[in-house]
Design a protein around this ligand. Structure first.
Ligand code: NAI
Length: 777
């Protein structure tokens, strides 16, 4: 017998993992669980069964939280928060470190309980879920330690409501709880109804570790409990789950001042170029789509293979699929275990059965007769627009199509409403590094897939949600600025009395695509100042907003320019403004009736110079991650940013927003100060003489309340910021739910424009993409 024959005929015997310890842990509580609130377990109440999906057996009975439970949990978290924050970074670091150690000590129990409850192969929970959860606590113990020295201006947000899904129950808990606690927040967390047991075990170890009561509260139940948490008196909602529910949460929290991060679905491309190491790419696919039965938000579920190798690649892939070992999740030899719940099997079946395109192959392995299983499936030969190429299946189903050129690969890869992750395989480093920046994704893996680490932020763009988990960038989601903002009074325009200062009727135009533009509706309003009538400005309508957004979207070349070039243009704007400083100062004084114009112009010039300085310095990072590689955290522009500029600082408010945004390569649509718009319409003359390409900066005038809704709802706008004195925060957040764009709104709070907030603006103007590349031995 040859070695090849031995390998081909070799059979694996079962290697079952004992479930005794996990079952004992459940039995010690009579199989009935209450919530963990204020440091203690509540008595079990009315609830529902939690089943083992591999067998259908009831594992435990859980309690469905009531409104009273949520109120008690939130109140406990609220009481505990000040003291937890006051404990300081070092005090909290010790607690997080203790939790990491206990996770390590009970690793086997956690892994087995997770596989029993979720159906994932124990090899995965043992080698991936549990170690990564530990790593998250260790890493964030370090972040707590460093908070005081490295983030002196940051403080905790307060009480965080956290809602997590069932695909990585313990790991998602760690992703949510570790950074929240590190930064001094307290939490009320709801695990998914199918998989709550490891969260309850975690509560148990919080008790053992002596975590102060109320810091972590775990409540169980279904989506209705999730809704109660969203509506509760919490300061932040962190959600991971479906895009549909994420969108509903965005709408429900609109205007509530609650901070929000959403980690949602994906349909991540897995691109194989014709020079790839085919065997590695196929082995990678096993991890991309059959890992956790494909129930992974960043699963490489959309295979794109270069045409020349497609036949060979698919043949080998089918052969590999036939070798996948399917069955009992508690068997250490198993590659593919059970799907979480019959509901999910039905959902997958429905989607796959509705498809008539392509050719289907199912893994040859025999599935157990009972339990929630779905066979590993490949549907090849689809076209990019087929529903299965667009919709998230969230099961072990891979769909594929081919491409001819790298440009076509990018086009197909980005032809999706999602933007969570992407994988690419090529032996050509030039090609890999050319393609990675072009992919619309928060994470890109080169010649590897599904790598995660606490040091590298995870999260998406587009409808995959916003916010990052992990890394320095993940901390922003759990902190707020230390300085307390004051309420912003509504600022009204000056009323019209006095005589016109100029006999000619001057109507300042808007500025769209580098050209002056008349308002579509033909309406304008007079602008009165201290000396009398100063002129008229156009009132932008929905069509003007659309034109401005189109112009900004069309100026995408700006995002590919170098920081060096953008810096030069920003210096040039600053210089040209400086040359007309007196004129601008007089204009501001005339409009506002105050004498702050000169200082405002001077600050604006400073702001332009600061943004120019940062344009080539607000760099990314290289994360050392514990694999044979590094993660390059690249700062990319957000895209098209729409902003309602401050009413009270007609020039400085606009420049403070525009300068950092365009410095980072964004294009902007700016709604000028409502009451004092003429500084903005004068300002585009400065832009015109400063080599700013058309479409990079677009300026609208008119009523913020008219401009905000179409701007926030527009699908080509990637972020909306509002510093308006008309509080449009709720309207903007609600309208943004359509394409889940990023929002940054002031909720009626004032910004001290004389202070330089450039760093915050730079942060909001960039999106971090983590590109994992092989590096070192
Ligand atoms: P889901 O989004 O409904 O559930 C996730 C969590 O949100 C659970 O804890 C659930 O109880 C809670 N929840 C449900 N409705 C809520 C509401 N209205 N307000 C607040 N919380 C709510 O996901 P589900 O139904 O479990 O799975 C459906 C599909 O969602 C899957 O087939 C998959 O496509 C996607 N999904 C994506 C995940 C991801 O990580 N991106 C994770 C889980 C599901």
């Amino acid at each position: 017998m040859t070695v090849k024959e031995i390998f081909e005929t070799m059979d694996y015997g079962p290697a079952p993992e004992s479930t005794a310890e996990a079952r004992d842990w459940i039995a010690a509580r009579d199989g009935r669980f209450g919530h963990f609130i204020d440091g203690a377990f509540t008595a079990p109440g009315d609830g529902f069964d939690s089943r083992n999906p591999a067998t259908g057996d009831v594992l435990a009975t859980l309690t469905q939280a009531t409104q009273g439970d949520i109120d008690t949990a939130v109140a406990a978290a609220r009481r505990a928060q000040p003291e937890w924050e006051a404990l300081g970074g070092q005090g909290r670091a010790r607690h997080l470190y203790a939790q990491a150690r206990l996770l390590q000590k009970h690793a086997r129990l956690f892994a087995v309980l997770e596989s029993l409850d979720n159906g994932k192969p124990v090899r995965e929970s043992r080698d991936i879920d549990v170690p990564l959860a530990q790593r998250h606590f260790y890493y964030h113990a370090g972040m707590a330690q460093l908070m005081d020295s490295e983030l002196p201006d940051a403080r905790a947000i307060g009480v965080c409501g956290q809602i997590i899904p069932w695909n990585f129950p313990l790991l998602m808990l760690a992703w949510k709880i570790a950074p929240a606690l590190a930064m001094g927040n307290t939490v009320v967390l709801k695990p998914a109804e199918y998989t709550s047991l490891t969260a309850l075990l975690f509560a148990d170890i919080c008790q053992q570790a002596g975590l102060p009561k109320g810091v972590v509260n775990i409540v169980t139940g279904d989506g209705a409990v999730g809704e109660m948490i969203v509506a509760a008196q919490v300061d932040k909602i962190a959600f991971t789950g479906s895009t549909e529910v994420g969108r509903r949460i965005r709408e429900a929290t609109a205007g509530s001042c609650k901070a929000l991060t959403l980690e949602l679905g994906g349909k991540s491309p897995y691109i194989v170029f014709d020079d790839a190491d085919i065997d590695s790419a196929i082995e990678g696919l096993v991890d991309a789509i059959w890992f956790n039965q494909g129930q992974v938000c960043c699963a490489g579920s959309r295979l794109l293979v270069q045409e020349g190798i497609a036949g060979r690649f698919h043949d080998r892939l089918r052969a590999r699929m036939d070798k996948l070992r399917l069955g009992d999740p508690l068997d250490k030899c198993i590659d593919v275990g059970a799907v979480v719940d019959p509901v999910q099997v039905q959902a997958i079946t429905r989607m796959v059965d509705a498809n008539t395109a392509g050719t289907m192959h199912r893994a040859a392995g025999v599935l157990p007769e009972n339990g929630c299983y779905y066979p590993p499936t490949l549907i090849a030969g689809l076209s990019p627009a087929d529903p299965l190429m667009q919709e998230e299946i969230f099961g072990p189903v891979l769909v594929s199509c081919t491409f001819r050129t790298p440009a076509e690969a990018v086009e197909i890869a980005n032809n999706t409403r999602y933007g969570l992750a992407a994988t690419l395989w090529t032996e050509n480093i030039n090609l890999a590094l050319d393609i990675a920046p072009k992919l619309a994704a928060g994470v890109v893996w080169v010649n590897a897939t599904n790598l995660f680490d606490a040091a590298a932020g995870f999260g998406g763009v587009r409808e995959s949600g916003f916010g990052r988990e992990g890394g320095w960038e993940g901390l922003a989601a759990y902190t707020r600025p230390r300085a307390k903002a004051k309420p912003l009074p509504r600022i009204a325009p000056m009323a019209g009395d006095g005589a016109p200062t100029d006999a000619i009727d001057r109507t300042a135009k808007m500025y769209v695509g580098g050209k002056q533009a008349r308002p579509d509706g033909g309406y304008s309003r007079p602008v009165w100042g201290k000396p009398g009538l100063l002129g008229h400005v156009g009132l932008a309508n929905r069509k003007d907003v659309r034109n401005a957004v189109e112009a900004a979207a069309g100026a995408s070349a700006w995002s590919k320019t170098t920081g060096h070039l953008r810096a030069q243009i920003l210096y040039y704007i600053g210089e040209n403004l400086s040359a007309r400083a007196g004129e601008f100062a007089a204009r501001i004084d005339a409009m506002t009736g105050k004498r702050g114009g000169a200082a405002e112009v001077e600050d604006s010039i400073q702001r332009l110079f600061t943004a120019a300085a940062w344009a080539d310095k607000h760099d990314g990072q290289v994360h050392g991650v514990p694999i044979r590689g590094v993660a390059l955290a690249m700062k990319e522009p957000v895209g098209v940013i729409g902003a309602l500029c401050a009413d009270e600082a007609p020039l400085l408010g606009l420049v403070s927003v525009m300068a950092p945004a365009i410095a980072m390569g964004n294009r902007v649509v700016l709604a000028a100060s409502g009451p004092f718009p003429l500084a903005a319409t004068d300002f585009y003359q400065v832009l015109d003489t400063s080599d700013v390409p058309g479409g990079v900066v677009n300026i609208l005038t008119g009523d913020h309340a008219e401009i905000a809704p179409p701007l926030a709802a527009h699908m080509n706008v990637d972020a909306v910021w509002s510093f308006s004195s008309s509080d449009l925060s709720g309207d903007i957040e609600r309208a943004s739910a359509g394409n889940l764009k990023r929002t940054w709104v002031n909720n009626g709070m004032a910004t001290d424009w004389r202070q330089d907030h450039s760093r915050r603006f730079l942060q909001a103007a960039t999106e971090i993409k983590n590109i994992w590349v092989p590096y070192g031995e």
